[in-house]
Design a protein around this ligand. Sequence first.
Ligand code: HEM
Length: 414
Amino acid sequence: MTIPREQGLDHTITLMSEGYTYIPDRRRQFQSDIFQTRLMGQKVICMGGEEAARIFYDPAKFTRKGALPKRIQQSIFGKNGVQMQDGAQHKHRKEMFMKLMAPERINDLAAIAKEQWEVALAGWEKRHRLVLMPETEEIMCRIACQWAGVPLWANELTRRTRDLAAMIDAFGAVGPRHWKGRMARNRTERWIMQLIEQVRNGTLTPRAETALSHISWHRDLQGHLLPVHTAAVDVINILRPIVAVARYVTYGALAMHAFPEAKQKLQNDAGAYTGMFVQEVRRYYPFTPFLGARVRHDFNWDGHSFKKGTLVLLDVYGTNHDPNLWDEPEEFQPERFRNWDGGLFDFIPQGGGRYNSNHRCAGESITLAIIRTSLECLANRLDYEVPQQDMTYSMVRMPSVPKSRFVIKNIATL
Ligand code: HEM
């Protein structure tokens, strides 16, 4: 069976000008969960939906080697981090990450998050007006550093936060936004490399259970410590995405504003509704658009042939909005998660499959815990007004964000 093909020489510019909707729109037009196109001068297969995700996460069929464009490595992910490992190396490194996510460590994190929100809220009371996203990024940076054992001086909070946030914002960017992310990565790597050297020479002693300690002392399958640069990349793989959670918190605040009846349910909730609300925020709003991998060996799936080396993109946003998987996918309905069976491949805002054997996000439980704590604070501990502003979010800019970053005013704590 031939894969439906988008005609034309190259569609990179179309992808950049359509953003999150590029793959889902073509899946609809071709009436196919899979189609072929050309991007960045090469043949690319795009696919989405539950079965496509299941195949994409089969490590026998796909490799991450050579899948990430250089510009993404230079800004967001860095080189040789866990994302780029395959097979036994990946499993070994990922196990180290997953040890950091043990239930007691997640409880520690939730407690730190609560404490940091309380500190922030005490300061907010005196403010007439503030922009939620950058403020939340600073709170997340404090949470991330405290939890990971990374010392952070008060006078460096703002610039470290801005750098971690700039790396996230560089995804899908060309021009100044990309360069900002790249310079931010260079500065952050230098900072964390110094800390790792201090841990290794005994001048800094973070608590043993922290990410900084674990990663500094992690040994690879050959028994060697990680090169200092690689260890820094993986410490940043903890700090940067915790700061990224600020985007979900901002979307959560937007959802409370846009759907007041949902906010009321949050305020009256004993636990279950908040969990569903958090999931719906991750499903509904655009964050990760797609993921890439290369075909490891020739294989056939559903009558389609995949040739070794071909770049394949998995439609993350489109799978979370797939009408075959979600009733009324364009409606914000937290209750839909009441009956969700926890499938590994139908709801993939942070990747799919299993934590240990696949590339699924190591920090998903942490993300859920932080969003929950943050939204509980915003819903129950804070009273505020939402002034006129442009809070729309683009479906083209990747990663997207409400344009105003969500302004609030006349703030009072409850
Ligand atoms: C991987 C999204 C938060 C650590 C990923 C992947 C996605 C993702 C899409 C890639 C999955 C794949 O390649 O198949 C997000 C989003 C977050 C978030 C949207 C919240 C805003 C976190 C947090 C942490 C974290 C809080 C850690 C504290 C990681 C790591 C990987 C990863 C280490 C690499 C896993 C691997 O390659 O095996 N994340 N993530 N993420 N995430 Fe997250």
